[in-house]
Design a protein around this ligand. Structure first.
Ligand code: SF4
Length: 363
């Protein structure tokens, strides 16, 4: 996350009651009418999603951001890289806001540009652009997206990672995948690669901690990033859940470690999880391995099914997604003329746009 300023809401917003905030948000929405759209990620608080014009995963919300040329303001209730992507995809003149400017993504922050450039310098000795296709997960800063775009690669999300792998391998011999090693590994195994063809680039070690032979033999070089929410889920949670709830269906996000994905009944993006739950017959116990706010919302939306969090022990909350409150949303909607917009420098924007446009074409 590039925005490090300290941000505190004025007292009148911090101390407003829930009812007051709801009234103010409704009035502001009415006043703005069709000039503004509120996009809410699946992991947002239930009450924030309630005010969204659309709810979805980062892929779905990017598609909306790219297509809604008619609105002046895009209010992105999510984390920083999502609002940045919306800005890159928006047409000139549209303004993008992140209601809580401190909402970042620790996984995206694990791929620092200086480390990426150092790694690429080594990989150039192994063929660089001629042999290696860089692919970045959406959860990355605009600078990394621009690097990928400049080198002919694309952005993927958990919704189109399979298609992104096929696209990359149709063009080049190897992939360099950022920043989530687990999504990269799970997608590689699904693609049919052998475990030894997937190696992890440890950015804290010289040459990524890999030998020349390992790099040369690898089909995918995975950046050593992870999501601290999804790596909470362990194999034993799957075994314990199956024992305790006979007939349970287990669905997890592919940011979970492979041992968990392998044992689950299904794995997929947040939109996939939403559909998976909807498709199960009434009465089915469903254990979900993803962020708790989505699980809680699904439980509310499907009272006829027993929906619960897979680990049963940890609280898999994304503190950054949780940062955005009704207080932030009210402040944002009432102060669009003074609130800091999310922007990306033009030279980064142009290359990042190439990578994001490829993402929207590949699914
Ligand atoms: S759930 Fe994980 S990957 Fe998603 S925003 Fe939070 S920290 Fe980042």
């Amino acid at each position: 996350m590039t925005q490090t300023m300290y941000f505190a809401l004025p007292k009148e917003y911090r101390e407003a009651t829930g009812d007051d905030l709801k009234k103010r948000i409704s009035l502001a929405k009415e006043r703005l009418g069709k000039r503004a759209i509120i996009l809410t990620h699946h992991y947002q608080r239930v009450e924030v999603v309630g005010f969204g014009d659309a709810v979805g995963d980062s892929y779905g919300l990017s598609q909306i951001a790219a297509s809604r040329n008619d609105v002046e303001y895009i209010i992105f209730c999510g984390v920083h890289f999502m609002a940045e992507a919306a800005y890159i995809l928006a047409k000139g003149g549209q303004q993008v806001f992140l209601p809580n400017p401190l909402a970042g993504c620790p996984m995206a922050d694990m791929a620092e540009m200086a480390d990426v450039m150092e790694a690429w310098k080594t990989l150039e000795e192994f063929g660089g652009d001629k042999r290696i296709m860089p692919i970045s997960y959406m959860n990355s800063a605009a600078g990394l997206k621009a690097f990928v775009g400049e080198h002919g690669g694309l952005i993927c999300t958990s919704s189109n990672a399979d298609a992104a792998y096929k696209w990359g391998f149709d063009k080049r011999e190897k992939l360099f995948f950022f920043p989530d090693r687990h999504l990269g590994y799970n997608t590689g195994i699904k693609y049919g690669l052998k475990p030894e063809e997937l190696v992890v680039w440890d950015f804290s070690r010289d040459e990524g901690g890999l030998t020349e032979e390992q790099i040369d033999r690898a089909k995918v070089i995975l950046w050593k990033g992870h999501c601290h929410v999804h790596t909470n889920f362990k194999e034993e949670h799957v075994h314990e859940t199956r024992e305790k709830y006979p007939g349970v269906k287990i669905v997890v996000h592919p940011e979970c470690p492979h041992e968990v994905v392998k044992l689950a009944d299904a794995a997929g993006s947040t939109s996939f999880i939403v559909k998976f739950v909807a498709d199960q017959p009434a009465g089915t116990p469903i254990a979900i391995g993803t962020e708790i706010n989505l699980i809680n919302r699904l439980a509310l939306e499907h009272p006829d099914k027993k929906i619960f969090e897979l680990s049963g022990k940890t609280c898999p909350v994304c503190a950054n997604m949780y940062r955005t409150t009704l207080n932030d949303l009210a402040y944002c909607l009432e102060n669009l003329d003074t609130m800091k917009q999310i922007k990306v420098p033009d030279r980064i924007k142009a290359n990042a746009l190439l990578a994001l446009e490829r993402m929207l074409e590949v699914h």
